[in-house]
Design a protein around this ligand. Structure first.
Ligand code: NAD
Length: 251
């Protein structure tokens, strides 16, 4: 069964970089109209999307702000008339520090983007997808939504919350035609990991050590999972938090 998203509209948040960028491009390569959402516009991502020949739109939006998210969905509908799929992926790692040293500012920022942002996106996406009678949402959690990770308390709490939010929204929509799942990436080679390791060789080695396969995952390997979860090939899959990692959560 060839997967195609022709005549379908997908919102990808955090689409300017890393996992979101790879996923937005994969959707476009499979015929989707992509609404690329981010608070930073990236010219390289935009020109790669242009090269696919599909329709696309960039919308500047801070996913932690309700007025931004509401306006982003309104603009999507005004421009393309429908919404079928969403990959709610925008996220930040925040500052590394043990629980007792995490500041209120860091906590509020990380929870605001990673947790509240996912809820806000689903709040405005679900009513529009329901109008199509069929669709799918994938939320980006993390293996840090399944297991603990020392030094990133707000990040880990926010990603566990994404898993809970996903399961709840999936139950609410199971009979209504929207499948809602989460991906839980392992350590993926993106700018987020460059920041967390401060591009330090030794620190990168330690992160690779978290993946029994002995390498970082690539953004495309997460994009492939998101595409599958949105496709009809995953028609009996909803409410799951799917780890996509090289053995991280099983070690
Ligand atoms: P990245 O930094 O390359 O990309 C994140 C994107 O989100 C950026 O384009 C950024 O501008 C955007 N963004 C951040 N805050 C935003 C906001 N408030 N509103 C709109 N856009 C915002 O990082 P990435 O690794 O591609 O991360 C994507 C997602 O994957 C995140 O949710 C992250 O937590 C998750 N994740 C990443 C890894 C990894 O190892 N890289 C592992 C597990 C989960």
């Amino acid at each position: 069964m060839e997967t195609t998203f022709r005549n379908k509209v997908v919102v990808v948040t955090g689409g300017s970089s890393g996992i979101g960028k790879a996923t937005a491009l994969s959707f476009a390569q499979k015929g989707a109209t992509v609404v690329l959402v981010d608070w930073i516009e990236n010219s390289e991502t935009m020109s790669l999307l242009k090269k696919t020949g599909e329709k696309f739109l960039f919308i500047k939006c801070d996913v932690s702000k309700e007025s931004d998210v509401k306006a982003m969905i309104e603009k999507t509908i005004e421009t393309f008339g429908r919404l079928d799929y969403a990959f709610n992926n925008a996220g930040i790692e925040g500052k590394s520090a043990p629980t007792q040293d995490c500041t209120e500012e860091n906590w509020d920022k990380v929870i605001g983007i990673n947790q509240k942002g996912i809820w806000l996106c689903m709040k405005y996406e679900i009513p529009e997808i329901l109008k199509q009678g069929k669709g799918a949402i994938v939320n980006c959690a993390s293996v840090a939504g399944l297991v603990g990770f020392a030094g990133l308390p707000a990040y880990v709490a926010s990603k566990h919350a994404v898993v809970g939010l996903t399961k709840t929204a999936a139950l609410e929509n199971a009979k209504l035609g929207i499948r809602i799942n989460a991906v839980c990436p392992g350590v993926i080679a993106t700018p987020m990991i460059d920041r967390l390791t401060q591009n330090n060789k030794e620190a990168k080695k330690q992160f690779v050590g978290l993946e029994p396969v002995g390498r970082f995952g690539q953004p495309q390997e997460i994009a492939n999972a998101v595409i599958w979860l949105c496709s009809d090939q995953a028609s009996f899959v909803t409410g799951h938090a799917m780890a996509v990692d090289g053995g991280f959560v099983t070690q």
